[in-house]
Design a binder for this molecule. Structure first.
Ligand SMILES: Nc1ncnc2c1ncn2[C@@H]1O[C@H](COP(=O)(O)OP(=O)(O)OP(=O)(O)O)[C@@H](O)[C@H]1O
Ligand SMILES: [Mg+2]
Length: 379
């Protein structure tokens, strides 16, 4: 099995980004996935370095597909400024999309044909939002997988229409994540269109499937990156081998994969194929409160944040929690200080709280002044 290792410079820059999530990042190429199994170097998936920017994630239930998909979606939006569209079959992405401040829409209804769903998509104004803002479409409340498949078809038709309106020379990157795609993929001509045409509009498709047989779908077999987790049965291995994704040697590797371990198979633009194992996908803890100022941002683990808030008393903690929830866990430092001033918390206690969650002196001084000014003018 060929092992791809990163150059030292790239190793250093990637480590810097990972260790300093809370700081602005420098030049990065690719989405961090996890460390390679043999040398333990961080692997960054450079979607644009592959023959196409699409990713197929294949593995049995519980093997770690959704965990990886969430991590990729978060890193692509936070580190690389991607716009995100998630088709959320089972309602698993709420926290992910809240974390990046995206919009969440839960579909309901039992319309049973694509035209009716298309009309609903339009009446919700979704057709004008798709691919422009990060959005998660939660289908978990739809009655059954047949209705979900019909609704997702209508959505993908709207996505393709929106894609064709994107100007070819001026667009940002978009990631379209379709989890549990096997539920509709074998019959979806829309997914094929997005795989074939997405690249030139800056669209990367990321799909997950439990069905190794989906590899028979020409577009999936040609994804620039295929990530394999543990598979269900020996026939799956045979299927992937015959599709040229696995060699006999890898079959042994794959039977022994634990949850979160995977094999990455990439077709690079330069004609090389890369093929190596990741010992453990590294996710992002979304149970975090994000505090930002003019020139700073920190990610504070929720339990640390709320323990610190507790020291300000029950009432203050309750008010702070409301602010955290109302702002989707993204707190503007000025608003936070303004709230504490309105609650008549004394300055030394406010400062102690802010220090304990890791805000620096200068950011505090600047934000404090602004908060005082706006509190006074509100009186
Ligand atoms: N790399 C990882 N690190 C830590 N926990 C993980 C990792 N990968 C998966 N898990 C945990 O294992 C469980 C199953 O993972 P996940 O939901 O991603 O499986 P899946 O492949 O999407 O399964 P399904 O096909 O049933 O949706 C989850 O609780 C998840 O948090
Ligand atoms: Mg899953």
């Amino acid at each position: 099995m060929a092992i791809w290792s990163l150059s030292n410079a790239r190793y250093a820059s990637s480590s810097a980004c990972l260790d300093a999530m809370s700081e602005p990042h420098g030049e990065q190429r690719g989405i961090y996935i996890g460390r390679t199994a043999i040398y333990g170097v961080p692997f960054l998936l450079d979607l644009h370095g592959n023959v196409n920017p699409h990713v197929a994630i294949i593995g049995m239930t519980g093997s770690g597909k959704t965990y990886l998909a969430k991590s990729m979606a978060l890193r692509a939006t936070i580190c690389d400024n991607y716009t995100l569209l998630i088709i959320d079959w089972s309602g698993e992405y709420a926290q992910t999309v809240d974390f990046i401040g995206g919009k969440r829409l839960r579909l309901s209804g039992d319309l049973d044909n694509v035209e009716k769903w298309s009309a609903l998509v339009k009446s919700l104004g979704l057709d004008t939002e798709l691919l422009r803002d990060s959005i998660c479409i939660d289908m978990s409340e739809l009655r059954d997988s047949k209705i979900k498949a019909i609704a997702s078809k209508a959505l993908l038709i709207a996505v393709i229409r929106a894609m064709h309106e994107i100007s070819l020379d001026k667009h940002g990157d978009t990631m379209i994540l379709i989890d549990e795609a096997w539920q509709s993929v074998s019959s979806s001509s829309e997914i094929s269109i997005l795989f074939r045409e997405g690249r030139k509009y800056g669209i990367s498709m990321v799909i997950t499937t439990q069905m190794a047989s989906d590899i028979n779908n020409a577009v999936i077999a040609n994804a620039g990156c295929i990530i394999l987790f543990k598979l269900q049965n020996p026939d799956d291995y045979k299927l992937l081998s015959s599709a040229g994704i696995l060699s006999g040697h890898d079959m042994e590797d794959l039977t022994g994969l634990g949850v979160g371990s995977c094999i990455v198979h990439q077709n690079k633009k330069d004609g090389n194929g890369l093929h190596f194992s990741i010992s453990h996908v590294d996710g992002i803890d979304t149970d975090i409160v994000f505090v930002y100022g003019d020139k700073m941002q920190v990610y504070v683990p929720s339990n640390k944040f709320f323990n610190a808030a507790q020291a300000l008393g029950d009432e203050a903690k309750a008010e702070i929690s409301n602010l955290v929830m109302d702002s989707n866990r993204r707190l503007d430092l000025v608003s936070l200080i303004r709230l504490l001033l309105m609650l008549k918390i004394e300055r030394p206690r406010i400062l102690e709280f802010l220090y304990s969650i890791g805000i620096d002196d200068i950011s505090i001084v600047i934000a404090y002044e602004k908060a005082e000014l706006s509190t006074e003018s509100a009186k």
